[in-house]
Design a protein around this ligand. Structure first.
Ligand SMILES: [Ca+2]
Ligand SMILES: [Ca+2]
Ligand SMILES: [Ca+2]
Ligand SMILES: [Ca+2]
Length: 408
């Protein structure tokens, strides 16, 4: 648990933030900064990058004569540099005493008023300066397979997390994590809810940001993914809230929902036996732009049909749209009022409490309040499903779900 150990100055300090520390000297010495070769982290014993220069392209558990000597630094690598007070990469237990230095993009440098660095480590994301790239996810074994939220088919709800470096991590539910992909920052929408390709294994659907193409990433049943398959040739940038929903059309395959940005229409894209998407069907004639989150949460009301949870932006309300046997959405039911916009995103991975009823989880946003204190961003908040469509009160589980690039 990293709740005590803060991440340096609580953020990645790109060198664009020069001066934030309040100790940077007024006279930049660009000539000396430029002596630092590309691919290296460099440091000086002065506040203004003059004099003898230290440089390294590798992590250093000890710094020898440079111990406690860094007073100005520049990071010209492509990685995050973690600077620790102590040797051997030991994070400080007090906030604000380690430094996280992001790659330089401005030709500037970072100055420190004091010199207290004992070791230096290169990592992919700021989280790794004092913890894992991924947070800890805990799930109990469900009595029955839910058909979604379970990539490896062990009846334990699992989670995918994308870190800021675009790596995808599989979290099986025992607080561990395993990297299952890189380059996922190309996608600006990611969703999963059961099997689309027809092999019984859960898949992921991703929208490629640059092209608006929709890709199917077929799950292999282990948490890994096979080669991606194109299922939407373009135009998906015109859609919002792309949400794998579950099987609305009752053919055993998970279907897709999306809101058309310009019209606010809700469309159903049924999966076909060949793993492609069939002709879309209008599910909602308008007004769906008022919803700022759609969640394919599974069967929340216990009637055997998957249900949709939607968050209305203003006033913030949580609605349950039960699906029907005929492939439509029934009359909505209010399941939450007040405060729901304080949650940033939702996780719909089924029954993680192990009582046979689908649950809901969320990651808190910056306005989330705990014990009267706002600003509690990045908490995992869990809501147990009661099997009636209603949710139990939220539980603040873990503050470590911050500084990620999505969890689903
Ligand atoms: Ca699982
Ligand atoms: Ca599949
Ligand atoms: Ca239902
Ligand atoms: Ca449950």
């Amino acid at each position: 648990m990293r709740s005590v150990v803060k991440r340096g100055l609580a953020s990645v300090l790109g060198l664009a933030t020069l001066g934030v520390l309040g100790v940077t000297t007024a006279a930049p010495a660009q000539a000396a900064v430029s002596d630092c070769p590309s691919g290296y982290f460099c440091a000086w014993k002065t506040d203004n990058t003059t004099g003898t220069m230290f440089k390294t392209s590798e992590s250093k558990a000890t710094l020898g004569e440079w111990n406690n000597a860094f007073r100005s630094v520049v990071n010209r690598t492509s990685q995050i540099a973690c600077l620790y007070d102590k040797e051997d990469y030991v994070p400080a237990v007090e906030a604000g005493t380690d430094h996280v230095v992001g790659p330089d993009t401005t030709g500037g440098y970072l100055g420190f008023g004091t010199a207290n660095t004992g070791s230096l480590k290169f990592v992919g994301t700021a989280r790794e300066c004092d913890g894992n790239a991924y947070p800890a996810w805990q799930a109990e074994t469900a009595p029955e397979a839910a058909g979604f939220g379970d990539l490896d088919g062990d009846r334990k709800a699992d989670v995918l997390v994308r870190d800021e470096a675009g790596r995808l991590w599989f979290l099986p539910g025992d607080r561990t994590g395993r990297m299952v992909g890189t380059g996922w920052n190309d996608a600006d929408a990611l969703t999963r809810h059961g099997d689309v390709s027809g092999d019984g294994r859960e898949d992921v659907i991703a929208r490629e940001k640059a092209t608006g193409k929709l890709w199917l990433h077929p799950g292999t049943g282990t948490g890994d993914f096979g080669a991606r398959v194109l299922i939407g040739t373009g135009g998906w940038n015109g859609m919002d809230r792309i949400t794998a929903f579950g099987d609305l059309t009752a053919d055993g395959r998970s279907d897709l929902l999306a809101v058309e940005k310009t019209t606010g229409k809700l469309w159903l894209y049924p999966s076909t036996p060949t793993g492609t998407l069939g002709t879309r069907v209008l599910l909602g004639t308008g007004g769906w732009n008022a919803m700022n989150a759609l969640v394919g949460a599974g069967d929340m009301n216990g009637d055997g049909h998957p249900d949709l949870i939607a968050r209305e932006a203003s006033p913030a309300k949580l609605w349950l749209y039960p699906s029907t046997a005929t492939g439509t959405l029934g009359a909505r039911v209010l399941i939450g009022s007040g405060g729901w916009n304080r949650l940033g995103s939702f996780l719909a991975v089924g029954d993680f409490s192990g009582d046979g009823r689908a649950d809901l989880a969320a990651i808190s946003g910056g306005s989330y309040v705990i014990d009267g204190v706002p600003g509690k961003q990045g908490w995992l908040v869990t809501y147990q499903g009661l099997g009636t469509g209603a949710l139990a009160a939220g539980r603040n589980v873990d503050p470590d779900w911050d500084d990620l690039n999505g969890a689903f």
